[in-house]
Design a protein. Sequence first.
Lengths: 126, 126
Amino acid sequence: MDQEILKKYSNVEECPVRNVLDRIGNKWTLLVLLVLEEEKVLRFNELHNYIVTISQKMLSVTLKSLEADGLVKRTIYPQVPPKVEYELTERAQSLLPHIHSLVDWSKDHINDIKASRKNYELVTKK
Amino acid sequence: MDQEILKKYSNVEECPVRNVLDRIGNKWTLLVLLVLEEEKVLRFNELHNYIVTISQKMLSVTLKSLEADGLVKRTIYPQVPPKVEYELTERAQSLLPHIHSLVDWSKDHINDIKASRKNYELVTKK
DNA sequence: CTGCATCCTCAACGATACTG
DNA sequence: CAGTATCGTTGAGGATGCAG
């Protein structure tokens, strides 16, 4: 592995994966993607009802970020009271299979990982 | 998608993916995994030489976390000065293909994503 | 209904110094 | 060589109130 590649990986601005992981790696993005995949089209408050524990602010921030990356399409209906719908773009659809492979791996190994963590705690505690 | 599943996904403690993403989603973990995959076995300072921009503390923290999750094996050679070697476990090997599929997707779409972000900035700026 | 503005907290990250 | 200890910074995330 030459230094040129490493420099790219060390630099968040230049590294493609870090660029993507910095987004889906945060607290809510993945969850929003999975809910939208399941439900196809949802309004702001509908999304909020699905993910009750998210704050209004973070839902707003998360959706904006997804929209900026072209992963979510936002449709405004000019009426009062306003109606806004969110749905996944094709780009998001092409990303989801890879997400799911990671989700599946996590499900398959989470018990082993938690066991490892517990054991590691015991070993290092004293 | 029923509420039971959603509750699990909303709760970091219970959600498998969030458990895993919270680790590999941080600043350095992914990079360490990729370097170790390439180089097989490395000592602490060798790793540091590959990833020059990481601080000693964060390299230490990252390795500890990976070791706790059973993704990295740490071997101490009882000698002076000390010699410690790090290498990936089989669990990490089984995870890496999924990481790579995400890396590849990121490489394929990063230009489009950056273009979207730029365009989004322009549209929302005014 | 769909947000934005503001203020606040806490944990990740970093810089530096020190140690077995 | 391979870390730990300590302190300081910074930004993600959260609570609350207000607005079109």
